[in-house]
Design a protein around this ligand. Structure first.
Ligand code: ADE
Length: 268
């Protein structure tokens, strides 16, 4: 994947020279092209911003340098152009998966009060990383790049695989423990030390369901529940009134047993 970043603060992107993203670059899985669009100003003072028409506080990024920088990119594929802005659609794991399918991406990072509205016509999408305002789009672009790049084949090792990422699956991850089995009076759940793989799997799955329902009920994806999840869900409902209230409606997603399924077909 080729990633072009347009920013007047290219030095801010040094975190992309660390850890997994650094390794992805070294392996040739991604290429990062930092472009300072201040280099594309025609004016003597290299101004990238100006006063807004109609008045108002702050400065606005001028269209010419950003248009010129985009037009001067050396592109190999048809890139998706992303404008980083608090007005964009809020970034999610799904958007990261969508971006990870692209061959080439361009990120435009603004600064100051905002963009001249005409800059928006360059963009295929506008992304916000959350409902708060940053001093510029640089940190936001790095968040988007980091979570996109880790999804590319070969970037993560087997051990850190992104396949069972919680948000992708619609459930939070189950609680995890490592040695020692007892730390300052806090014990690892006995089932995890039992060596009984089926019980460990059921316990972990139930713990993931519990966590999701209690911490992030809005990401719960009932259509991703397997038939074996429903008995676990019923146990959780009996255990906790909040879970019972949240979950009664999900029970309708339980697949019918095979025998009833064929009967239903006959009736139809
Ligand atoms: N620029 C300023 N705030 C931002 C945000 N929340 N997301 C993306 N870009 C931004």
């Amino acid at each position: 994947m080729r990633i072009h970043i347009l920013s007047i603060f290219p030095e801010m992107f040094s975190p992309l020279n660390e850890s997994i993203i650094k390794k992805a670059r070294e392996k040739g899985l991604i290429e990062i092209d930092l472009v300072n669009f201040r280099d594309y100003t025609a004016s003597k003072h290299k101004n990238v911003d100006d006063y807004p028409y109609g008045g108002g506080a702050g400065m606005v990024l001028k269209p010419e340098p950003i248009f010129a920088a985009v037009r001067n990119l050396s592109l190999k594929a048809q890139p998706k152009i992303v404008l980083m802005s608090p007005q964009g659609a809020v970034f999610s794991q799904e958007t990261a998966q969508e971006l990870a399918r692209e061959e080439e991406l361009v990120f435009i990072c603004g600064h100051y009060e905002g963009f001249d509205e005409r800059i928006r016509t360059l963009a295929d999408m506008e992304i916000s990383i959350g409902d708060y305002v940053l001093t510029g789009g640089e940190l936001a672009a790095m968040v988007v790049i980091d979570s996109t790049v880790r999804l590319l084949p070969g970037v993560l090792g087997e051990a850190e695989s992104s396949e069972d990422d919680s948000f992708a699956a619609g459930f939070l991850e189950y609680p995890q423990y490592t040695r020692p089995p007892e730390f300052e009076g806090m014990e690892v759940p006995a089932v995890l030390l039992s060596g009984d793989h089926a019980r460990v799997a059921a316990w972990s799955r139930q713990a993931a369901l519990r966590r999701t329902l209690l911490k992030r009920p809005e990401i719960f994806r009932p259509e991703r529940l397997a038939a074996a999840d429903f008995p676990l869900l019923r146990e959780l409902m009996a255990e906790d009134e909040r879970i019972r209230q949240l979950s009664v409606r999900w029970l309708s997603f339980e697949p019918l047993p095979r025998s009833k399924r064929s009967r239903r077909l006959e009736l139809e």
